[in-house]
Design a protein around this ligand. Structure first.
Ligand code: MG
Ligand code: MG
Length: 248
């Protein structure tokens, strides 16, 4: 069921989203060669709790971390651990925080030190794909308009679009209806209405779109071993467009 949020709920979702945004900003200077993903996870958890919020993902269906930390060919759901970041890596960090019962969800892919031109382009194109998808959001348009725009842009960049994982509604649950795929047909899918809150999150691969689940039952990797990027914002549909909730 898709729910429309009241003004009071949108205010709380904005506060939750802002905590997620500030957690990303807080982590950024620590994303350097030598730090472990577990250390980044602890920094994120401490920061979120210092804001009177709780990590949305910790314990969610048993996920052990506050953040998902996915390096290079890991698409999503990387489990924080002893692995150290290396110069030239990219790391996708997905953060969720719950404030007074409402969630925010945002992912960003960061370079570690100096990265290759191919990786720079992958990050740039995937971030652009997110905003091209968001640009479709206004009452009267449909969920399929978002996915179609992302897919068209990704294809023009010769990037693989991950299909098995999708964006989603956000509210008192971190994952709600509707599903927001990164592919689709214009004019199809649920109608966008003022007060809907959704997370749009393209996951684009430098190579093919195919992925597999690792034997830790969480982490998703690309089949061909090529890197993947992930950019996500939670937004609210407004009277004539959208507003980013996981921002400043
Ligand atoms: Mg996320
Ligand atoms: Mg999400």
């Amino acid at each position: 069921m898709i729910t429309l949020k009241s003004q009071r709920e949108i205010e709380l979702l904005k506060q939750a989203g802002n905590i997620v945004y500030r957690t990303h900003q807080y982590l950024k200077p620590y994303i350097k060669e030598g730090i472990t993903t577990k250390e980044l996870d602890q920094l994120a958890e401490d920061f979120i709790r210092s804001q009177d919020a709780t990590p949305s993902f910790k314990g969610y269906e048993g996920f052990p971390g506050t953040i998902c930390a996915s390096i290079n060919d890991e698409v999503v759901h990387g489990i924080p651990g002893k692995r150290k970041l290396k110069n030239g890596d990219i790391i996708s960090i997905d953060i969720g925080a719950c404030y007074k019962g409402y969630h925010g969800d945002s992912a960003w892919t960061y370079p570690v030190g100096e990265i290759s031109d191919d990786l720079k382009q992958l990050l740039k194109d995937t971030e652009k794909a997110l905003f091209i998808g968001l640009d479709q959001i206004k009452p009267g348009n449909r969920i399929g308009d978002i996915g179609a725009a992302i897919e068209e842009y990704a294809e023009s960049c010769h990037l693989g679009v991950v299909k098995e994982l999708v964006g989603h509604g956000v509210g008192t649950n971190v994952h709600e209806d509707p599903e927001v795929p990164n592919y689709g047909k214009r004019g199809t899918g649920p109608l966008l209405r003022e007060g809907m809150v959704i997370a749009v999150e393209p996951m684009l691969n430098l190579g093919e779109e195919d992925i597999y689940l690792m034997d830790n039952d969480w982490t998703i990797k690309t089949d061909d071993g090529l890197p993947s990027a992930h950019f996500e914002h939670t937004v609210v549909v407004t009277k004539d467009g959208y507003q980013i909730l996981t921002g400043e």
